[in-house]
Design a protein around this ligand. Structure first.
Ligand code: NAG
Ligand code: NAG
Ligand code: NAG
Length: 379
């Protein structure tokens, strides 16, 4: 009896140790976040083991587990018409509010889901229910893009899928079919989906063949650059659940089809050292000592290596490709972009990606609405 008690107490202590995280006092719902993080960490450890044993790619295994958890939450019901179809060969799920006879043309949102270019889908309960809510509350047609994922494809395929589906939808005949007003179309996405939404906006605003333009982009804690993993928010939140700095670096390596051996070098910005001249050139466009307000810079110092590993950018040239890293676009491109909404969270490695993009867009005379949540975290 006594020994059972000791074992139980030890187990409880171990569990508490595993689950408990010191979190900033500003985080709302800390226990919910800790539980989510412990679940996600356990799943990731298991998937790394599966990967190590060569049973499956760790992200494929993780996506499978997330899918299984997602099924516990049933898709919500309502009065929308939901159709799975193909837009120029790309899978999409379209949410249409019921139309009334003689009703004016509707507004529309192209939505690109997050998940590190590797996880979940438009058909998951999570994103299905989100897009349903958006469609119902805006009385808008929502096109949720099911682009192909890592490890089946890597950059630039995810980007191409998102461009192709959006471009097809923007055709006048397709908009007419869905009774959509060509002057009221937004694009939106969260996290890696925010990365794709930002990249698609840049691409389409420069494409003279696209006559129906996007009216608005809405980016929710977007991923925008892989050159500096030591922005103040990366330094401050490097161990923050649900997205640690190391996990984000690995998502980038997977997206750009690079080598995991580079991860530790990239953590200390060895890939954008001063002897990697091309990378240094691009880093000037995301110089956070001038782009971020001092209140966010706090006492963090830029991490710039004099001698590093220029071979990383040579092996992963996509690190410098603006279609992967929209924050690196030149001002002349930013000037063409539509009105922009950006959401950023304090307790998120990606906070400064969003903040720097907002500042660069403002400097390019784009109308920007920035929502900054001090008590929120990624995901
Ligand atoms: C626009 O269309 C023309 C003719 O189809 C094509 O040659 C050109 O590459 C297109 N431009 C872009 C930016 O796709
Ligand atoms: C970044 O901005 C600061 C302050 O404006 C400036 O002193 C510094 O030289 C800039 N660094 C780069 C790499 O452009
Ligand atoms: C960073 O680069 C320097 C210079 O090549 C090298 O000595 C160091 O080991 C590298 N650090 C990591 C973590 O890759």
């Amino acid at each position: 009896m006594k020994s059972a008690f000791v074992v139980l107490a030890a187990l409880a202590a171990l569990t508490a140790y595993y689950v408990y995280l010191p979190l900033p006092s500003t985080v709302s719902d800390p226990w919910q976040l800790m539980a989510l993080d412990a679940t996600f960490r356990t799943a990731q450890h298991l998937c790394n083991l599966i990967h190590y044993m060569r049973l499956s790619h760790h992200l494929r295994a993780l996506n499978y587990m997330i899918g299984a958890i997602d099924k516990l939450e049933p898709p919500s019901q309502g009065h929308l018409k939901i159709t799975d179809t193909l837009f120029d060969g790309v899978e999409v799920r379209v949410f249409e509010p019921a139309t009334e006879q003689g009703e004016a043309l509707r507004r529309s949102v192209v939505y690109i889901h997050g998940g590190g270019w590797a996880l979940t889908s438009a058909k998951s309960s999570l994103y299905n229910n989100l897009c349903r809510t958006v469609a119902e509350s805006l009385n808008a047609v929502v096109v949720s893009v099911d682009y192909r994922l890592v490890p089946d494809v890597h950059f630039p395929e995810q980007f191409h899928d998102a461009v192709r589906a959006t471009k097809y939808f923007l055709r006048s005949d397709v908009l007419a079919k869905y009774s959509v007003d060509p002057d009221r179309i937004a694009i939106s996405g969260d996290s890696a989906g925010g990365n794709l939404a930002a990249a698609v906006s840049q691409q389409l605003s420069q494409d003279e063949n696209v006559t129906n333009k996007l009216k608005l982009q809405a980016l929710i804690y977007p991923v925008l650059q892989p050159l500096d993993f030591n922005t103040p928010s990366y330094q401050q939140n490097m161990d923050m659940p649900v997205l640690s700095r190391f996990v984000m670096v690995k998502f980038w390596i997977d997206y750009l089809n690079g080598n995991y051996d580079f991860a530790y070098s990239m953590l200390i910005n060895n890939h954008t050292s001063l002897d990697a001249s091309q990378a240094t050139y691009f880093r000037e466009r995301m110089n956070w000592t001038s782009l971020l307000p001092l209140t966010l810079q706090k006492n963090y110092k830029p991490v710039i290596q004099t001698a590093g590993m220029p071979e990383i950018v040579q092996e992963m040239p996509a690190l410098l490709d603006v279609r992967a890293a929209p924050l690196l676009a030149k001002k002349a491109v930013l000037q063409l972009l539509p009105k922009t909404y950006i959401l950023a969270c304090e307790n998120d490695v990606l906070r400064d990606d969003a903040m720097m993009y907002a500042k660069r867009l403002e400097d390019a005379d784009v109308e920007v609405t920035l929502d900054y949540f001090e008590d929120c975290f990624h995901g």
